[in-house]
Design a protein around this ligand. Structure first.
Ligand SMILES: CC(=O)SCCNC(=O)CCNC(=O)[C@H](O)C(C)(C)COP(=O)(O)OP(=O)(O)OC[C@H]1O[C@@H](n2cnc3c(N)ncnc32)[C@H](O)[C@@H]1OP(=O)(O)O
Ligand SMILES: O=C([O-])CC(=O)C(=O)O
Length: 371
């Protein structure tokens, strides 16, 4: 029984949600490029959960359904207020809040498909509200209730900033949410599927997925990209900094990918957004620095930028706190996790691989007094 470290190349399930073939990403067969340019995040969620695009009335109803379910239980807000706000990372707050939301959902342990779909709407709707409420509470502001007339992306920015966002900001967040929505069997999605394949509930699945996304080798990389750019400071310092990191055998955040070899098809959209938004806000040095790093890593190491690389300068140019970057990833990716959880329940079998035992064998037990 030979092991494959990190399960590289192992096909662990069938799925008809998203695919990566020849470095191209599709959601239910629709190119990510078309969706990023033309769609809304709500339409993409509907697509992932129903495996078809909505008709106009279905989309309108779905949008309403999401907006109607964004309000948080008072207990969750009170709980957020009780944290040590200087030390708690918003991903930890989100993980705990999602678990807590399960306590206030009467259908939490209901396993019928319709109940799971209702919970999916509630979870999708409430994640942005948790992220925004946490961000506001820690800066001493009151959480802002969602508005029923705003799109998902606009509502998130409204709840975060306490005022209506500019169109260009809404467009940027809408596109970023679309680009992060699903990605085949990435680590957090696999985590969610493993969890619910025990027939555990949907809140447990999403809570565990948030834990997996938080790590720096996965979604947590976007916050670290901005930390790196900040340390570099100016574009002319970029190459020396990167060479030093590589000489110390440190990884460059936002670079490389387990599946993509030529490049991540989402990065070009984020690169374009970064160029546009950083120029518009007079912060083009973040874009210039990022391009230098990307080119160097591609030429010298054969490692292309991944989705986390340019999302950092995009969110920074929108004035978003750096530790909210990964929570925003979760606000998007919860749509994919939920799609995969629904698909897993539909045709479930416990996920339980084997480990190749490499430890000592045939040991003789000696009682504690004689060791
Ligand atoms: C949304 C997402 O999750 S996208 C990924 C976000 N994560 C990051 O950006 C973190 C930085 N990147 C990485 O750590 C990796 O590229 C991963 C985790 C994304 C993929 O990793 P794996 O497929 O497991 O590749 P692995 O880590 O084994 O690396 C293979 C080789 O490339 C090198 N390498 C891979 N990524 C990087 C990097 N970002 N910087 C420097 N070297 C790298 C490794 O050091 C290793 O070199 P070696 O063979 O000489 O030891
Ligand atoms: O697929 C992966 O391994 C990581 C990734 O890019 C994602 O989750 O979007």
């Amino acid at each position: 029984m030979a092991g494959t470290k990190g399960l590289e190349g192992i096909v662990a399930t069938e799925s008809s949600i998203s695919s990566i073939i020849d470095d191209q990403l599709t959601y239910v067969g629709y190119s990510i490029d078309d969706l990023a340019e033309n769609s809304s995040f709500e339409e993409v969620i509907f697509l992932l959960w129903n495996k078809r695009l909505p008709k106009l009335d279905e989309l309108q109803n779905f949008k309403k359904d999401l907006a109607n379910n964004m309000e948080l239980p008072k207990e969750v807000i009170d709980h957020l207020k009780s944290y040590d706000l200087n030390s708690v990372h918003p991903m930890a707050a989100l993980r705990t809040s999602v678990s807590m939301l399960g306590l206030y959902d009467e259908e939490a342990d209901e396993m019928e498909e319709e109940a799971n779909r209702r919970k999916a709407v509630r979870l999708q709707a409430k994640l942005p509200a948790v992220v925004a409420a946490f961000a506001r509470i820690r800066q001493g502001d009151k959480p802002v209730s969602p508005r029923k007339d705003l799109s998902f992306a606009a509502n998130f920015l409204y709840m975060l900033n306490g005022k209506e966002a500019e169109d260009i900001e809404v467009e940027a967040i809408n596109k970023a949410l679309i680009l992060h929505a699903d990605h085949e069997l990435n680590a957090s999605t696999f985590t969610a599927r493993v969890c619910v394949a025990t027939l555990s509930d949907i809140y447990s699945g999403i809570t565990s997925a948030i834990g997996a996304l938080k790590g720096p080798l996965h979604g947590g990389a976007n916050e670290r990209v901005m930390k790196m750019l900040t340390e570099i400071g100016e574009p002319e310092n970029a190459i020396d900094y990167i060479e030093q990191k590589l000489a110390n055998k440190e990884k460059i955040m936002g670079m490389g990918h387990r599946v993509y070899r030529q490049g991540d098809p989402r990065a070009k959209h984020l690169r374009k957004m970064s160029e546009h938004l950083t120029h518009l806000t007079g912060q083009s040095k973040w874009y210039d620095m990022s391009v230098k790093i990307e080119n160097y890593m591609k030429e010298e190491k054969g490692l292309p930028a991944n989705v986390d690389f340019y999302s950092a300068s995009v969110y920074h140019s929108l004035g978003i706190d750096h530790d909210l970057f990964t929570p925003i990833f979760a606000v998007s990716r919860v749509s994919g996790w939920l799609a995969h959880i629904l698909e897993q329940y539909e045709n479930n079998r416990l996920i339980r691989p084997r480990a190749e035992y490499v430890g000592p064998k045939k040991q003789v037990y000696v009682s504690v007094d004689n060791r």
